[in-house]
Ligand binder design. Structure first.
Ligand code: HEM
Length: 484
């Protein structure tokens, strides 16, 4: 009896920790949406923004959004992994502390130190500000990112440890006997397979990112300490691609765990599911050269690999998650509420967002498209309509009440559809602008592009307003203790 009570208390604390992290991520999403809106309205000449400030906002928006996506993903993974293995909550607290300390340093470096080199900290840009920021500001930014990375490594170490304690080895946790022999005694649940894949590939990605950060940091103070710029670019894009993908993969665990509660059909690890996730492990590590297709000095085989793997990498996702989800949902007679609708939308947005990436991964198209708004169009689709929608869905599920299904016909349904139109429309304008060769990362836009910028600003405001509803509803229900 005492054991059951302790376990219940522990799981309640894990829930509370995840909820706090999700709320924090939600608040950052809102703040960074405002930063994004300021940039978009400045491009549309609705407001006057000094270009220096534009690039500071762009740096804060990029780092903040990627950080919040990763934080919300990590909170979701922690919440559900804790249902299957025994996790030490100290690790999550250490992760949160390192993450927050990193965020404070990043914000300080940008808004006090004036750092505006972009969240991708492309080497050797942090050391070449042209007088816009001091070395100390760049160093503070890099240290801030390092702390965030260290936080993730602590978290993954604990998750990996707990998985190994429970499943004995990685092969079992990845369901490899099922992959290679077609059967295994005790098939692990989807959360274990997905978490194991994520822990492996994002630990590798984060370590590579941390190495580049450390080298850049030394280079700031000892300029003769150099790294080959092309190698550094490879390392940074490897890290960036892996890290942002991990945020979506972590969030999709929420779909595997929550949707079965609605459909009454447990999400099982089938052989295709296990193969799909093992394929993700390979593809997510090998696909990053599609960011470097314009770097003519890259070894040709890597560019070809980037293109081919871009085609392949979308398939496992679509097969084992999107199509499977349609299978589970159809004919299940499930009742929709805000949580299930947002989770469904998230998988839709993720799948749709993969398509422009595949198009951009084609070398002949990439030559003209990669530095245009097509690329923000791709990732705003799979983040804003994908990861962020899934996170809002998990938030809505955590605080859902019995009446929510009935209420879904009223305000909730209206706000949900407003978000769909706003977020999808906002991302689509990026895509159409990219298709018309409007460049990305330009603080000042030509008069011909301004109409699209203004339409996007309007859609962005609509998105922000619905996001405010999702996050404040979550926060106020948490505060009032109104939970499932
Ligand atoms: C209402 C919501 C949003 C608005 C208004 C917005 C706006 C913008 C704008 C104007 C840019 C610069 C585009 C350019 O000219 O290159 C941008 C870039 C970016 N956004 Fe957003 N965004 C939103 C949501 C998000 C979300 C949810 C994420 C991720 C979770 C995100 C991640 C990024 C990233 C990583 C960049 C690239 C920054 C860079 O180029 O260094 N955004 N966004």
């Amino acid at each position: 009896m005492a054991n059951v009570a302790t376990t219940n208390n522990q799981s309640k604390e894990a829930d509370a920790l995840s909820s706090v992290a999700l709320l924090l991520a939600g608040a950052v999403f809102l703040l960074m949406m405002i930063a994004g809106l300021l940039m978009r309205s400045a491009q549309g000449k609705l407001i006057d923004l000094d270009p220096t400030l534009f690039y500071q906002l762009m740096t804060a928006h990029g780092a903040g959004m990627v950080g919040a996506a990763a934080l919300s993903g990590a909170a979701i993974m922690w919440l559900f992994l804790g249902r299957h293995v025994s996790l030490n909550k100290l690790a999550f607290k250490a992760f949160l502390a390192l993450f927050l300390l990193g965020v404070v340093l990043i914000l300080y470096s940008i808004f006090v130190g004036g750092f505006g080199g972009g969240w991708t900290f492309l080497y050797p840009l942090p050391a070449h500000s042209g007088g816009v920021w001091e070395t100390a500001a760049a160093a503070t930014f890099l240290v801030g990112l390092l702390l965030v990375g260290a936080g993730f490594l602590v978290l993954y170490f604990e998750m990996g440890r707990a998985i190994l304690v429970r499943y004995g080895n990685l092969s079992q946790a990845l369901a490899w006997p099922l992959v290679f022999r077609g059967k295994m005694e005790t098939v692990p649940p989807p959360t274990i397979v997905a978490s194991t894949v994520i822990v492996i590939f994002n630990s590798v990605g984060t370590v590579v990112g941390a190495a580049t950060l450390a080298i850049s940091l030394i280079n700031l103070f000892v300029p003769t300490f150099e790294i080959d710029a092309l190698l550094a670019k490879n390392m940074i894009y490897f890290f960036g691609h892996v890290f942002i993908n991990a945020s979506i993969y972590m969030a999709v665990i929420g779909v595997y765990e929550i949707l079965p509660e609605y459909t009454g059909r447990p999400w099982k690890v089938s052989r295709p599911f296990a193969i799909g996730w093992s394929a993700v492990l390979l593809f997510v590590l090998a696909v990053y050269p599609h960011h470097l297709l314009q770097d003519m000095v890259m070894p040709p085989w890597m560019l070809v690999m980037g293109q081919v793997v871009s085609y392949l990498s979308g398939l496992p996702i679509l097969a084992v998650t999107a199509f499977a989800m349609l299978g589970y949902v159809s004919g299940s007679g499930m009742k929709w509420d805000l949580a299930s609708a947002l989770l469904f939308l998230g998988v839709f947005g993720w799948s749709v967002g993969v398509v422009p990436a595949i198009i951009d991964g084609i070398i002949s198209i990439n030559k003209v498209m990669h530095n245009t708004l097509w690329v923000p169009g791709h990732f705003h689709t799979y983040l804003l309509v994908g990861e962020v929608a899934m996170s809002f869905g998990v938030m809505a599920w955590i605080v859902r009440s019995k009446q929510d299904v009935a209420l879904f016909s009223g305000l909730q349904r209206a706000v949900f559809w407003t978000y769909v139109v706003g977020a999808l429309g906002f991302a689509m304008v990026f895509l159409t602008s990219g298709a018309a060769s409007v460049p990305r990362r330009w603080a000042v836009h030509a008069p011909e592009w301004i109409m699209q910028d203004r339409i996007a600003t309007l859609l962005g405001i609509v998105t922000l307003l619905s996001a405010v509803y999702f996050v404040t509803r979550f926060g106020s229900r948490l505060a009032s203790g109104e939970r499932k």
